[in-house]
Ligand binder design. Structure first.
Ligand code: ASP
Ligand code: MG
Length: 346
């Protein structure tokens, strides 16, 4: 009886609520260019500008060099959680639009030490992401990499960077935050660190089962993000949950030296990052394990064979940061003419 009722209400939800929501969103986005004329969007974009400047200033004061982001290449980040890459013909060869500049971050770091891009990325997210409020198919991330660093170093930069953005926005956007009715919660480093195993256990205790060995689904992150009450890291994902470039711990086989940073208040994932696997043989083995064709990664593997320094880094999504800072329901309010899965909008 209960199952039938649940089934019925689920179907009802999918057929009515979801399709009504989708229709509403689709209609809104058909004329997305008009959104930018609203005072609300001007306010949101002002906050976004201030946050981006704050992060740039902070990183430059720490001797990071900002590079112009790569847009296309023969390969791009394969570790994108069920989203698809955009492939196109480039003078007779298959090329990709950056899903993330991870491979180029390692190249850049090997010459410059501490680098970052404001990197535009395309990920064709699955259709069930359209109404999450967290997924855009076109977005920008601040993507950084640090030579000779481990994942604790990278987490330390991530928490300081987030605190800097929050503090500067609080100081210089008081009027904007008031207009948006937003009180950003007080945050300070160091942030809590939960292992992947602890996160799964936590979710299990509140009734959500996640299969061990896979990425924590976004609704699990959402739940944790609501329950923990402050920003926190999930660290040490199992091998198999992430791309070949996240480094496996030599002393803990099967465990990756990587992390996600999660916002409080249900805003979910802020950043993903890791220490890098940079040893040629290991990367080759991991590519094979993940079903990647190493021949496609020829330039990258050649670079690794010649040798690059160890490094660590992360990427923090700008629209999601804006959503958190402004307390928005959806990232669609955080960029001009937003694109979401399945909707053909300008
Ligand atoms: N930039 C990567 C991503 O988009 C994260 C990383 O640097 O590890 O997932
Ligand atoms: Mg991520």
């Amino acid at each position: 009886m209960l199952i039938n009722e649940t089934r019925h209400s689920y179907r009802h939800f999918m057929e009515t609520e979801v399709s009504t929501e989708l229709q509403r969103l689709s209609q809104l986005l058909q004329q997305s260019w008009k959104m930018v004329r609203t005072p609300r969007m001007k306010t949101v974009l002002k906050v976004q500008n201030v946050a981006c400047d704050a992060m740039r200033d902070y990183l430059k004061s720490e001797d990071f060099i900002e590079l112009l982001p790569p847009i296309i290449g023969p390969v791009t980040d394969p570790g994108i959680r069920g989203a698809k890459q955009v492939t196109f013909d480039y003078y007779g060869r298959e090329y990709k639009v950056m899903s993330s500049a991870i491979l180029y971050k390692q190249a850049a770091m090997s010459g410059l030490g501490k680098i970052f891009f404001m990197s535009p990325n395309i990920r064709l997210e699955p259709l069930d992401s359209t109404l999450t409020g967290r997924h855009l198919t076109e977005f920008v991330q601040l993507d950084l990499e640090i030579a000779e660093a481990n994942y604790f170093d990278a987490m330390s930069v991530a928490e300081k960077l987030l605190c800097e953005a929050v503090n500067v926005v609080r100081d210089s956007c008081a009027k904007e935050l008031e207009e948006l009715g937003r009180r950003i919660p007080a945050i300070s480093p160091p942030f809590k660190k939960l292992t992947y195993d602890e996160a799964l256990e936590y979710l299990r205790r509140v009734g959500l089962k996640v299969r061990y060995g896979v990425e924590i689904p976004w609704y699990g992150e959402h739940l944790l993000s609501k329950l923990v009450g402050e920003p926190f890291f999930i660290i040490d994902y199992p091998r198999g949950a992430r791309g070949f470039y996240d480094r496996e711990d030599d002393n803990r086989p099967g465990i990756l030296r990587d992390f996600d940073l999660i916002y409080p208040e249900g805003f979910g994932e802020a950043a993903s990052g890791a220490e890098r696997e940079f040893r040629y043989e290991r990367v080759l083995a991991r590519m094979r394990e993940n079903g990647e064709d190493p021949r496609k990664y020829a330039w990258y593997l050649e670079m690794l064979r010649e040798g690059i320094p160890p490094s660590a880094g992360f990427g923090i999504g700008v629209e999601r940061l804006t959503r958190f800072l402004c307390g928005l329901d959806s990232v669609i309010e955080a960029r001009l003419c937003p694109k979401v899965a399945g909707i053909h909008s300008p």
